[in-house]
Design a protein around this ligand. Structure first.
Ligand SMILES: [Zn+2]
Length: 470
């Protein structure tokens, strides 16, 4: 059939309407590129594991540990994110890895955010304090592993950088109310208690909230195929599920397995822990099993379900060249009485004794570390990366209390604010100001004076306001 000229004109007009904006959209998408890669960092069996106040040598492997990297680029500017399956990140490792990344991938150190997932079934790393002696972190094997780890982190970033393809970023907020629990409690007599005890009739209520938000930043290839590249999942809860002495990424590993089953093995699940200093997986009113690989499977699967439930809410982002700000902040150290210092010195020689509780050990280490470094500034880094008008990622240098994360999200000018704690170094626990008088494990081991957490939140907000503007 031959079309009359008028119809041809209409057809041509329609084609122009459809194709030209489509082309413009494709051109805009093409400006944003993303790449993702992971590298195996599983330490040799026999290396001590982290997250314990004793020497605990690993005796096997449940699942391998990884350095996972996402690199984004737009307008010639890049930013890189790395998540490591380790309990914490010494600043020395961050500095070494960033140097290699700058040399190998041309991404400046201050544009690289490296965070620890906080798995308690990962290796011990050298921190430069008295715990190194206790945990075996000062041995040549650990030093050798840490040197290799910097190389492996840089390799993950180089591989992600080498795989940059035109991409589309989307964001959504999932919600999971029934997975995480504040681990500090107010007892019926008005006192405070740490970690329960489970099934205790004396618990009045949790001492603080949780953050049920599951932040999701999903990356696909651009265009119609939209092949999944990576899913950045942000949730605030201690990975203390597995326990024991075999290597495991803890529940983020099971989360990654579930998402890979759905999106395919090529898609990288990147897990960043939010402000979970006082939040773990233990439901104190449930007698059921909450530790070990079975429990890890349950927890990771529930978190994956929260991601799946939120997929219909994914909103494609109009990205811009990543805007990065990084600031070094000096915090005030805590002060201790002469009596407290004397008590810590008396306990130090037999700190490994099982007769001492974990909080007692933590307090002694904190006091002696503070005394030894009282003339050294307690300097930490806060970093933000804005990807779009809607999405920014913030890093904090330790285990922030959940109240601080909630406060930051509430005040942030970005509706989707993801938070990676234990990033770019660590000073251990960072409680909110009102928790200090309550004491307990996290507070007695905190290096910063009361108000340090609020100071870091204020700096993050200042940086977020800066990156909100072009
Ligand atoms: Zn912790």
């Amino acid at each position: 059939m031959i079309m009359p000229p008028s119809r041809l004109c209409v057809l041509a007009f329609l084609l122009i309407c459809v194709i030209i904006p489509g082309r413009l959209a494709v051109a805009a998408d093409a400006a944003f590129r993303a790449g993702a890669a992971q590298v195996d960092i599983t330490p040799p069996v026999g290396l001590p594991r982290g997250g314990a106040y004793a020497l605990v040598r690993s005796v096997g492997l449940i699942d391998p540990l990884h350095a996972k990297a996402i690199v984004i680029e737009q307008g010639g500017e890049k930013a890189a994110f790395v998540a490591l399956d380790v309990a914490y990140l010494p600043r020395t490792l961050v500095v070494a890895a960033r140097k290699l990344i700058a040399e190998q991938s041309g991404i400046a150190g201050e544009r690289v955010m490296i965070s620890a997932t906080h798995t308690h079934s990962g290796p011990v790393l050298t921190r430069g304090n008295m715990m190194d002696e206790v945990t075996g972190a000062n041995t040549p094997q650990v030093t050798e592993y840490m040197g290799r780890l910097a190389t492996l982190i840089a390799r993950a970033v180089a591989e992600a950088n080498g795989k940059l393809v035109p991409a589309q970023a989307s964001v959504a907020k999932g919600r999971e109310e029934n997975l995480s629990f504040n681990r500090r409690f107010v007892m019926k007599d008005g006192s405070f208690s740490w970690q329960g005890p489970r099934l205790s009739k004396n618990i009045a209520r949790p001492a603080g909230p949780i953050d049920p938000e599951v932040g999701i930043w999903h990356l696909t290839t651009a265009g119609k195929t939209a092949a999944p590249l990576a899913t950045y999942v942000n949730f605030a809860m201690h990975p203390t599920v597995i326990g024991g002495n075999k290597w495991s990424p803890d529940y983020p590993g099971y989360l990654a397995r579930r998402l890979a089953e759905y999106f395919g093995p090529e898609m990288l699940t990147f897990f960043a822990n939010g402000c979970c200093g006082n939040v773990n997986q233990i439901n104190v009113s449930w007698a059921g099993n909450q530790n070990g690989p079975n429990a890890g499977e349950r927890v990771g699967t529930m978190l994956a379900a929260a991601v799946f439930r939120a997929l219909p809410e994914l909103v494609p982002q109009r990205t811009f060249a990543p805007r990065v700000r990084s600031k070094l902040v000096t915090l005030q150290r805590r002060t201790f009485t002469e009596a407290e210092i004397a008590e810590a010195r008396a306990m130090a020689p037999n700190i490994v004794s099982p007769s001492h509780s974990i909080p007692a050990k933590a307090k002694t280490v904190c006091i002696l570390d503070t005394v030894a470094n009282q003339n050294v500034p307690l300097q930490v880094e806060v970093q933000v990366v804005a990807v779009s008008d809607q999405l920014a990622i913030v890093s904090f240098p330790g285990e922030m209390f959940v109240e601080l994360g909630l406060a930051l999200k509430q005040a942030s000018p970005f509706p989707h604010t993801l938070i990676a704690e234990l990033a770019n170094g660590t000073i251990g626990y960072i409680p909110n100001r009102s928790a200090y008088p309550e004491g307990l494990y996290e507070v007695v081991s905190a290096r910063g004076a009361a108000g340090s957490g609020e100071q870091l939140v204020a700096v993050a907000l200042e940086l977020l306001e800066q990156v909100k503007k072009p």
